[in-house]
Design a protein around this ligand. Sequence first.
Ligand SMILES: Nc1ncnc2c1ncn2[C@@H]1O[C@H](COP(=O)(O)OP(=O)(O)O)[C@@H](O)[C@H]1O
Ligand SMILES: [Mg+2]
Length: 252
Amino acid sequence: MNDGFLTIDSVTVRYDHYVAISKISTKLALGKFHVIMGPNGGGKTTLIKAIAGLVAYEGRIEMDGLDMKKYLKKHPIGYLAQRGAQFQSFPLTVYQVVEMGRYRFKESRMVRKEHVMRYLQEVKMTSLAKRPISELSGGQQQRVLIARALATESKLMIMDEPLTGMDPRSQSKFYEMIERIKEEHSLTIIMSSHDIGFTTAYAENVFCINKRLVPHSEAAKLLKEPEIRKLYGPNIHLVEHHHLSSGEEEDV
Ligand SMILES: Nc1ncnc2c1ncn2[C@@H]1O[C@H](COP(=O)(O)OP(=O)(O)O)[C@@H](O)[C@H]1O
Ligand SMILES: [Mg+2]
């Protein structure tokens, strides 16, 4: 059954006996830009890992009606982990990192090169193609990883707190880039963020988790709205997004 949604149905993840997320249910329309909000420790990374098949969970996750685990066996997804020092001593150039995304395609070196350069172009990194990835700034490395994800031709791109450490101007440019590649490649994008920032201007759906799915009426309080206003001025406003979800009021 193709239903046009990534469906998260009563998903619970435990680390040993500790329940990190509990009975999360929501439906994410394919081809849209979704943001998972929530405080630190709220379970954003855990939910993202469940979607990407990196942690065991109870409940169901389906991509367009197909069990996500089956989907993942057949299709690549773009996954940008929460930023760390992963590239500090990685002996590859920017070009080679993006080229890794093409390994499953049988194509000549020439054709591969055209693809790699086109994806680098999309994230405005062609001029740094020959540089070792370890020498780039965190934000630049992230753009290279986005190019690599695009190179796999996956339809789902998941990014765990990609805005951490970016100033508001860079954040806004980042959102514009995401919006553009989403349209050009018909991607479904799921991104997590622990503050509100510009999210409401760009995301097509925002939902908040703090172990459970948080009703929208409580989300602003949880995310410290006054502090956001101090940072970004009074013109930022929170938009209520109504999404198809069930289980918002469920008890743990
Ligand atoms: N591998 C793990 N083992 C045990 N507890 C974990 C592990 N990963 C995360 N947790 C706990 O699960 C909760 C949710 O964490 P996480 O999903 O990383 O939240 P967020 O990404 O929103 O900050 C936190 O209380 C965290 O300490
Ligand atoms: Mg996290």
